[in-house]
Design a protein around this ligand. Sequence first.
Ligand SMILES: [Zn+2]
Length: 232
Amino acid sequence: MPGNDLRDAIARTRDEVCALHAELPRNGLVAWTSGNVSGRVPGTDLFVIKPSGLDYDALTPESMVLCAADGSVVDGGYRPSSDTASHAYVYRHRPDVGGVVHTHSTYATAWSARGEAIPCVITAMADEFGGEIPVGPFALIGGEEIGKGVVETLAGHRSPAVLMRNHGVFSVGRDARAAVKAAVMTEDVARTVHLARAYGEPLPIPPEAVAALHDRYTNVYGQQPTSQGEPR
Ligand SMILES: [Zn+2]
């Protein structure tokens, strides 16, 4: 990519990833400075991620940290998120992924604390996740162990989100906006299925119906993504 085009692409990704961070507190997914969003610079193996420990209100496009495929900092005045090595692992092993989001959103993290996958018992979940939201392994923060667990767990599922055991949610998408949407939807269905379970046993949806709903949502309803990456 020519130098000017690359600079423009990096600037656009900084703007987009910074703006998307506002969706986490707005949707009640994070407390204090927890949680992070990253986005791949399109057509490259570079990505942009939240700086570590900054208040959400203080985030600016310039404060976002540009990282290389190995998670090392390419450009940025702040230390990147402590989850950077895991985001990098996901980008290296999933070329189709353009965005990664991490939260400790309340209901989803409660499922992760029990090590229990969220069963697919509502049609909105069949649409969005194509089945259960699976549980990934317990992994310590700081290295790429979490990223490895995310990639390995998602390989066996249609879901774009995984509940990392005793920790929280990691979601992926074709771009950062899609990954944020998956994080929002994960908390939404985690809450609904929790409530269903609190008062009884949710009724399963037959696997063939789950597959049909997911297929319709992804291939018919959403066959022509708009510039915003949303299904029409
Ligand atoms: Zn975390």
